[in-house]
Design a binder for this molecule. Structure first.
Ligand code: ZN
Length: 73
């Protein structure tokens, strides 16, 4: 049984969504310091009520930031 992710309810901080039409979303990281958008795509499976937190480092300026993906119940 496939459950569709409602794009309106997925909260993505520190990145932008590339593919958000299934329980697995694909996003790219955008540096909050220099604005560089990584070409590498990250894929994460979402579980309702669970916030995924990923620490990433900018390829360009080495700024470390957290990416949070929240999928509310
Ligand atoms: Zn940067």
């Amino acid at each position: 049984m496939e459950q569709q992710v409602d794009i309106e309810t997925v909260v993505l901080e520190g990145g932008s969504c590339v593919e958000c039409s299934s329980p697995t979303i694909t996003y790219v990281v955008k540096c909050q310091k220099c604005g560089y958008v990584e070409t590498h795509r990250h894929t994460v499976s979402l579980t309702r009520g669970v916030t995924e937190v990923v620490t990433v480092q900018c390829e360009k300026c080495n700024h470390k930031q957290m990416v949070k993906i929240r999928y509310p119940r």
